[in-house]
Ligand binder design. Sequence first.
Ligand code: SF4
Length: 98
Amino acid sequence: MCCGEPPKPNKPIRATSAYAKWIAAGCPRPNKEQFKIRANGCLECSHRQGLICGLCDCVLAKQILGVELGKLSMATEACPLPEPKWKAIDLDDYLGVS
Ligand code: SF4
């Protein structure tokens, strides 16, 4: 996960780590409501630079071959602010287990 770590340095390593964590978790995605909360948080954020989070340098939304691979669509990702505007989705909730 890139967030919670120091911003900017080692972006390729952080991005690879974020994708590795997401893939290891089974590529979980937020549902529509969760995605909307995430997207609205970023839309209102002064750190957003287009489709990039200016704090951690992550791509917020990006489609490759029709597959959404941006940070907003990865349930394991979180906003890097000290008081995050949105958090990683609890995978127990995602799987419907308590
Ligand atoms: S991930 Fe957090 S810090 Fe980054 S643009 Fe979105 S709301 Fe802002």
